[in-house]
Design a protein around this ligand. Sequence first.
Ligand code: BG6
Length: 488
Amino acid sequence: MVSRVIPVDPFDLVIFGGTGDLARRKILPGLFRRYCAGQMPKDARVVGAARAEMDDADYRSMVGEAIVEFSVRSDVDQGKLTAFLENLSYVAIDARGENGWSELAQHMRRKVVRAFYFSVAPGLFGDLAERLNNHGLTDDDSRIVVEKPFGRDLSSARQLNQDLAAFFDEGQIYRIDHYLGKETVQNLMAVRFGNMLFEPLWNSQFVDHIQITVAETVGVGGRGEYYDKSGAMRDMVQNHLMQLLCLIAMEPPARFDPDAVRDEKLKVIRALEPVEPHHIVRGQYDADPTDPENLPNYRTAVENPTSKTESFIALKTHIANWRWAGTPFYLRTGKRLVARSSEISIVFKDTPHSIFGEEAGRHRNVLSIRLQPNEGIKLGVTIKEPGPGGMRLIDVPLDMTFADALGPDGAENVDAYERLIMDVIRGNQTLFMRGDEVEAAWAWTDPIIEGWTNRGDVPKPYDSHSAGPDAAAQLMRRDDRDWREVTP
Ligand code: BG6
């Protein structure tokens, strides 16, 4: 399958935090891949901006090393890399002072798209926006890209929105949630709204429940300081899992355009019922005594022996609207679990009457949408077990693993960041969060977090490399349901 790559318009992209972890791991390798794919025009310019003093040559060599280290493909084409690096320059800048801003202004060209990526702590968003404006670096068509965490509660998110709105229109602000850039997440919309098959069944009359699992094997790594102040609720649920839930649950938008899609997502968030304390399980990982690597437990990793922050969450919620009344949504995410696996499962109801009798057992259709790894969609269908001996039923998957169905080239693995940066340059906000969505998501999570603080809630320990605390399994079993197994 030949992929159709349409080059974007020429652009100047400034990456504040251009020497940081995200820039080195994701943004710059992603740009390089778009360059190799022919999507980044030859005359696009990238300016790294950060505190450290260095010249263009130092920056290029730092970025070159990062691209080799973090590229998904092992074979980096040196010729292309050298050509790509030619488009890069560097400016040492003081986000809270005046140093570097005039120099940055000299780098900006007229008549190209200007985009400014704030790959820095949110505490600097307002300062950067103000200085960009004061130094005349932006025009009406300029865009800014901001990373999560977008605040740590409703009031800080409102403040951030106000700080940015002082200098930019909402149509210029691109709030990244990289889950929206994942291939299968977009496929979710294609499957729902591009087929006649599913949408008529997509409601509480036919769907028993929906589960969303984002399981990671990694621990908090070197991000302990940030993570211990956030926990899984702020780090994953408030953004990634809620965005997935919105795409599953939203009404069909009239068009696939930014505001039509985001209006529908917002309605879902606003219709979410508050979560009852007994419908939520928090966990914190212990070490695994059998682990040959002897990886530390959560509290050691974050250097806080009394930490009450959760590295795991499982919860049940409902959406109070006509489509979903009575259908529970179960969300689960955690670090240091048994496998890396992100999956959304739509579990359909039992048939209203079994003509095969009790002994045929319970068989339910499950539509599983696999985000990573092994992206694909499977539909579990009940059939007769082959062979003689009567009518015994078994479930078999109709399997659309994309790499199998489309071949290795068809299932081109475009990283979420690559796609999203190109969308910024194209001026397409569909896969970015609008300010009101982010605020609504915090308005739902804030009372949950406040409840834990007020009650002095302590997360339940779970073994590393397990499926999380037993209480998470019980949350489901109480409802006569089970989590789908976390498999790689
Ligand atoms: C980030 C979180 O937003 O998403 C991390 O801050 C998490 O804690 C990561 O590990 C997961 O992303 P992915 O793409 O690896 O599933």
